[in-house]
Design a protein around this ligand. Structure first.
Ligand code: OXD
Ligand code: MN
Length: 617
């Protein structure tokens, strides 16, 4: 097949890579179903893909990655900015020239005996003001068929680009899948990403974390917009009005679940609905009307399979019923798929994610090595499959954001929800985001990992400059800025059990958030921000006592004092790139003499109270 473009910058780059990699042949991907089907058939023959039960899972396939290659590799991920200090203390850095040499030496000749696929793709709807284009070169059919789901992969990208040199270069080489030589490297000054020795989605679908977050965060900083690790949802009220929320949570805190939430019956009956715009990434720009508008640059969901079931996320499960790629899940005797948490029927006669016969009798919930599916096994599903996909999903102008929500997994410190005092304070709230490790990691229960704005592994430049960029965006947005909140679905009681039911009931909290944005809900002021009164969260139909709600909405001043000290230490890493504004915000959290005890509102609490002994006292 001949090439599909006359764009010189693309032709030169591809030619250069042909010379470096020495493929047997080159295939220019055009995005057509015919071409994709040909590739699937080829992959079925080699076993790279397994065709699943056409009746039960039409168009679905199973893929297994190498046993040593099942997750993102943060310790082998590099930001190769020209100056080390521009990558900042939260990223690994390599000198770009040294890194190019290292990677080209690894990749040289590695396509011998293989086909080079040249993939044109768009992040965001092609032609929209949000859209950014990329070309990924790969030697993996799995990558081609996955990019066809996760991005707008089409030859139309060439028409949209014309002669432009403004596109992101992505080079992926499987090489020998040698973990000692595995590197995921980003060159922000060249809009280039190179990934070698991996075949796992998170490391090789270069449009996702590498482009849409690490490279795009750099582009956003230069061009005045935000690339964030956020879901986007629309909440429709019974009057048919839809308000949009963008929310950032660290990996494995339930972003996909929140993005596709089904409201509790009491709300459904009134006509409330949740619409999913995106489950992982949001690009946000200031629109002509001065408000913040968001677009999901992706075209599919790359979700974690284990734990996904009809109760935890009905819509995600439905999204995987057709045209989906499953990776590292169990393969059942009837040629379907299974994973821990899908249902209670441990399958007989299944093959585990490693490709070995799986014996359900040996399964031990507490021992991950006995799982049939890898804990990080995934589904790659087209967004259009989702029953609650927003009608604005393909909108060129995006959706206007009313509220930004940050969250983490905190057993005790953070209350169920609180609102920041203003944008600057909201940036502070995002910057101190943290999650505690769970009992799953032996010996490390309750260890706090700071994950500012859930961007720790994804911010492609110095985190201090990133916060400064957020503050600058707030200046530009002025009084049109979305309101910023923090939520914590993971408060536990003294036995370590979750207090808040979570899942669909999280909508009760989202309702309060949106009511606050419209000035229609009450709150009380505390030192950490505005908290709802017990009666401000609608708990109709939920079996939860006022005392429990009061507990969920309590602030333990001693814990916050400890947190303030930990934040100060964390901030210390960023040196003089830490915006002064954030230091000022931290000062408002410092302990006062009366703030060493847990204070909670009376269940029938009315009016305003200062939980942590306000400064004026
Ligand atoms: C993801 C992640 O896969 O955040 O989305 O790790
Ligand atoms: Mn993610």
């Amino acid at each position: 097949m001949t090439n599909l473009t006359t764009n010189k910058s693309i032709l030169d780059w591809v030619q250069d890579k042909i010379e470096l990699l020495n493929p047997d042949s080159v295939m220019w991907i055009d995005g057509s179903e015919e071409q994709l089907e040909g590739l699937r058939q080829e992959a079925f023959k080699t076993g790279e893909l397994i065709k699943l039960n056409e009746e039960k899972l039409p168009g679905c396939v199973l893929h297994r990655s190498a046993l040593n290659d099942v997750a993102r590799v943060e310790n082998r991920t590099f930001i190769c900015s020209e100056k080390e200090e521009d990558a900042g203390p939260t990223n690994h850095w390599m000198d770009p020239n040294d890194c190019y040499k290292l990677l080209y030496d690894i990749a040289r000749g590695s396509y011998k005996g293989r086909t080079m696929y040249v993939i044109p793709y768009s992040m965001g709807p092609i032609g929209s003001p949000f859209a950014k284009y990329g070309i990924e070169i790969t030697d993996s059919i799995y990558v081609v068929v996955s990019m066809a789901i996760m991005t707008r992969m089409s030859k139309d990208v060439y028409a949209a680009l014309g002669d432009s040199n403004d596109w992101v270069r992505g080079l992926h080489c499987k090489c020998e899948l040698d973990e000692e030589k595995r590197y995921i490297c980003h060159f922000p000054q060249d809009n280039t990403i190179i990934s070698v020795n991996s075949g796992y989605g998170g490391n090789v679908l270069l449009g996702k974390k590498c482009f849409a977050l690490r490279i795009a965060s750099n582009l956003g900083r230069q061009e005045g917009w935000l690339a964030e690790h956020m879901l986007i949802l629309g909440l429709e009220n019974p009057k048919g009005e839809i308000k949009y929320i963008a929310a950032a949570f660290p990996s494995a805190c339930g972003k996909t679940n929140l993005a596709m939430l089904i409201p509790p019956k009491y709300f459904l009956d009134q006509g409330y609905k949740v619409w999913c715009v995106g489950d992982d990434i949001a690009w946000m720009r200031i629109g002509e009307d001065g408000r913040l508008w968001a677009c999901n640059p992706e075209n599919g969901f790359f979700g974690v399979a284990p734990g996904t079931n009809a109760h935890s996320n009905f819509n995600a499960l439905e999204s995987t019923r057709k045209n989906t790629i499953f990776t590292n899940v169990a393969h059942t005797a009837d040629n379907c798929v299974w994973w821990e948490g899908l249902d209670k029927n441990l399958p007989e006669g299944a093959t585990d994610w490693r490709g070995n016969a799986w014996d359900p009798a040996k399964f031990d919930k507490k021992d991950k090595s006995t799982c049939a599916a890898h804990p990080n096994s995934r589904f790659t599903a087209p967004a259009i499959n989702c029953p609650c996909i927003s009608s604005e999903f393909n909108s060129e102008k995006g959706v206007p954001i009313s509220a930004i929500v940050f969250g983490g997994r905190r057993a005790k410190t953070a209350p169920l929800v609180y609102q920041s005092r203003d944008w600057k304070h909201g940036v502070f709230v995002g910057s101190i985001m943290a999650s505690e490790t769970t009992a799953a990691a032996a010996g490390a229960v309750g260890v706090v990992r700071r994950d500012p704005m859930a961007m720790l592994p994804f911010c492609g430049y110095h985190m201090g400059d990133y916060w400064a960029h957020w503050l600058a965006m707030g200046e530009k947005l002025g009084d049109k800025a979305p309101k910023i909140f923090n939520v914590n679905w993971f408060r536990t009681d003294d036995n370590g059990d979750f207090i808040w039911p979570g899942f669909g009931d999280n909508m009760r909290v989202l309702n309060w958030i949106l009511a606050r944005c419209e000035g229609k809900a009450d709150a009380r002021e505390t030192e950490i921000g505005y908290l709802p009164n017990v009666e401000d969260i609608d708990t109709t139909g939920l079996d939860i006592s006022k005392e429990t709600m009061a507990d969920l909405l309590s602030v333990d001043c001693a814990l916050w004092a400890e947190d303030a000290a930990a934040i100060e230490e964390f901030y210390g890493k960023f040196g003089d790139r830490l915006p002064a504004e954030l230091k000022n915000q931290l000062a408002t959290l410092k302990p006062t003499s009366a703030s060493n005890q847990k204070q909670k509102p009376a269940p029938d609490f009315q009016g305003q109270v200062f939980l942590c002994a306000k400064h004026s006292e």
